[in-house]
Design a protein around this ligand. Structure first.
Ligand code: KIV
Ligand code: NA
Length: 266
């Protein structure tokens, strides 16, 4: 795979070809996933849960994110590398700039931040300074204590309309892409129509421009023993990690994953 850039992603969106993204935290999986055709590797702060065993993503530090980003960078064969700013690493604009710089210098191509319209200011500052931003909306796990649990977001017309407006505002602020987590499939389709930048979904139905899953989930591994509704185990059928990654890419491209049963109603 030649290096995936924002230009590549825009081209895929224009052609209507779906984008396949997976989380990744180390060099060997980065090599395997990128060689299987995964276009974007996300060093998610989900590593606090799947690697470190915490019960939320809140304990993850910028130094830990930088370490895993550097590991992924060494094994990557052409995928775009997206790294999460962890909890409170964007508490002030100064911290946002400094911490994003650390992750870019560790090997990220894009920085992902969780939030709503309030992210606009920092997204503009980052974009002006050469840092593309993915705005993560909907169920943003760093806000689990505000949400009162890991719950579907954007249900009901008022909340749906607000999310569409926030998505437009973040695009106008200069966001390079959006990521929607656990929102009704219908709303995700509406947001994807409302913006021109690529929209990646997880638990957001099949009408977004691309899909992401936590690698451990799609390999059938879990600490709790219970996978979320939006996950499909690609290891079960294939019995081989490289093949499971390839099958995921193929299913996303064919529009076979996610199926209706993986999505949420409005
Ligand atoms: O941290 C993560 O893995 C994420 C994805 C679930 C989108 O943010
Ligand atoms: Na994350």
């Amino acid at each position: 795979m030649s290096d995936v850039t924002l230009t590549t992603l825009r081209g895929l969106k224009q052609k209507g070809e779906k984008i396949a993204m997976l989380t990744c935290y180390d060099a060997t999986f980065a090599k395997t996933a990128s060689e299987a055709g995964v276009e974007m590797l996300l060093i998610g702060d989900s590593l606090g849960m799947v690697l470190q065993g915490h019960d939320s993503t809140l304990p993850v530090t910028v130094a830990e994110m930088a370490y895993h980003t550097a590991c992924v960078k060494r094994g990557n064969r052409g995928a775009m590398i997206v790294a999460d700013l962890p909890f409170m690493a964007n508490a002030t604009t100064e911290q946002t700039l400094q911490n994003s710089a650390i992750l870019m210098q560790a090997g990220a191509n894009v920085i992902k931040v969780e939030g709503t319209a309030w992210l606009a200011e920092s997204i503009t500052l980052l974009a002006e300074r050469g840092i593309p931003v993915c705005a993560h909306m909907g169920l943003t796990p760093q806000a689990v204590n505000v949400f009162g649990g890991y719950k579907v977001q954007g249900r009901g017309e008022a909340k749906a309309q607000q999310m569409v407006e926030d998505a437009r505002a973040l695009e106008a602020a200069g966001a390079a892409m959006l990521l929607l987590e656990c929102v009704p499939s219908e709303l995700a389709a509406r947001i994807t129509q409302a913006v021109e930048i690529p929209v990646i979904g997880i638990g957001a139905g099949s009408d977004t421009d691309g899909q992401v899953l936590v690698m451990h989930d799609m390999l059938g591994l879990s600490l709790s023993g219970r996978a979320p509704k939006f996950v499909k185990n690609f290891m079960a059928e294939h019995g081989d990690i490289a093949k499971a990654f390839g099958a995921y890419v193929a299913a996303v491209k064919a529009g076979e994953f996610p199926a209706a049963e993986h999505g949420f109603s409005a």
